[in-house]
Design a protein around this ligand. Structure first.
Ligand SMILES: Cc1cc2nc3c(=O)[nH]c(=O)nc-3n(C[C@H](O)[C@H](O)[C@H](O)COP(=O)(O)O)c2cc1C
Length: 334
């Protein structure tokens, strides 16, 4: 694991203050607060738990799990980029059996809410993963990582095709207990993200996570070759935040009733607030944890300060606030 520079976490505000209502809901799932980890950036939460109690977060979103164990792509798999990073990890993981035996029970015993991210190469594989998760203790929600190549269709990424995306989400929804929300994680690498969002919701998604990484590439002018062994990789970090905010804005404008988890370059409470104002009901912190493992709890504390400073009575009052006309400031809730 990357070596971390530990930073001090600001003292939390008084939790008993009635204005500090940080609860939020995602498709029927109530969370004590709106800050989550982002899939793939905190494994199953164990490594972060040495820095802070992961149960203090709204939820831990686990690394996308596949049916079989995978060792991932060849190295180098990470490259630094201006205000971001590029990764081509290739969904390395222990497979669903080991995950159900070790990781999910650990999160459950910690009292953390686990949003389990799943990934597959076919509709059937996604359905089977959902079936295996059904009834697992500690499962709070299923996040469907549809940014995977569809083996049956020339490797076309499910998330880039509204029809394929809806088939995957439909299969997961059918195999998941109705009480457990299914969240579709969208890719920004599409012409019309609203079209993909709509088809996922029509297929039964209770909420949407956005955004996954953008496809990028880095060439080293010294070696004059691609830096990543996998040639291309996913771009994340602050560089992509304006893209994430735009996607959240567009989808919230089209479907304001659908809960969104926003992610993409969140490093501070103000970054998180920006996503909430665009329409997110919760926010995931990803790449930031590689430089600051306490980033999720720090973001939570800063977000609380930011909401209070702007007079928001609750997280819900701020969700989508930027869409409202300026003269509706009384809607803040105070
Ligand atoms: C190293 C790394 C691994 C990732 N692995 C996954 C993954 O397994 N599943 C997934 O849905 N997203 C994965 N992502 C994408 C993140 O969850 C997130 O959507 C994206 O990085 C944008 O947020 P950020 O800028 O805060 O990292 C990964 C990102 C990084 C940097």
């Amino acid at each position: 694991m990357t070596r971390f520079a530990v930073r001090t976490v600001p003292a939390p505000l008084r939790a008993e203050d009635p204005r500090y209502d940080l609860r939020t809901t995602l498709g029927g799932l109530e969370l004590t607060n709106p800050v989550l980890t982002a899939s793939g950036c905190a494994a199953s939460g164990r490594e972060l738990d040495q820095f802070f109690d992961v149960a203090a977060l709204g939820a831990v979103v686990t690394k996308s799990i596949m049916l079989a164990p995978r060792s991932g792509r060849a190295t180098p798999r990470m490259a630094e980029t201006p205000s971001g990073m590029l990764n081509s990890i290739g969904l390395q993981g222990p497979g669903i059996d080991a995950f159900l035996e070790h990781d999910l029970p650990w999160l459950h015993a910690k009292g953390a809410r686990a949003v389990v991210s799943i990934a597959g190469g076919s509709v059937e594989e996604f359905g089977e993963l959902a079936r295996r998760l059904r009834g697992a203790p500690g499962l709070a929600a299923v996040e469907v990582n549809i940014s995977c190549p569809n083996v049956a269709n020339r490797g076309l990424v499910f998330a880039c095709d509204p029809g394929a995306a809806s088939e995957v989400v439909g299969a997961v929804r059918r195999h998941t207990t109705p009480a457990v929300p299914v969240l579709a994680k969208l890719s920004p690498d599409v012409t019309d993200i609203v079209a993909v969002a709509r088809s996922c919701v029509s297929a039964g998604a209770d909420g949407l996570s956005m955004i996954n990484t953008l496809l990028g590439m880095v060439i080293d002018p010294g070696t004059m070759r691609p830096v990543l062994a996998g040639i291309t990789g996913g771009l994340s970090g602050p560089a992509i935040r304006p893209v994430a905010v735009r996607c959240i804005w567009q989808v919230h404008a089209a479907m304001p009733q659908v809960p969104i988890i926003g992610m993409g370059g969140v490093r501070s409470g103000l970054d998180a607030l920006e996503m909430i104002l665009a329409g997110a009901s919760a926010v995931s912190v990803g790449t930031a944890v590689f430089g600051d493992p306490c980033a999720p709890v720090r973001v939570l504390t800063e977000l609380r300060h930011a909401l209070v400073a702007r007079g928001f009575a609750s997280v819900g009052a701020a969700v989508g606030f930027a869409h409202r006309a300026p003269d509706r400031a009384a809607d803040v809730g105070l």
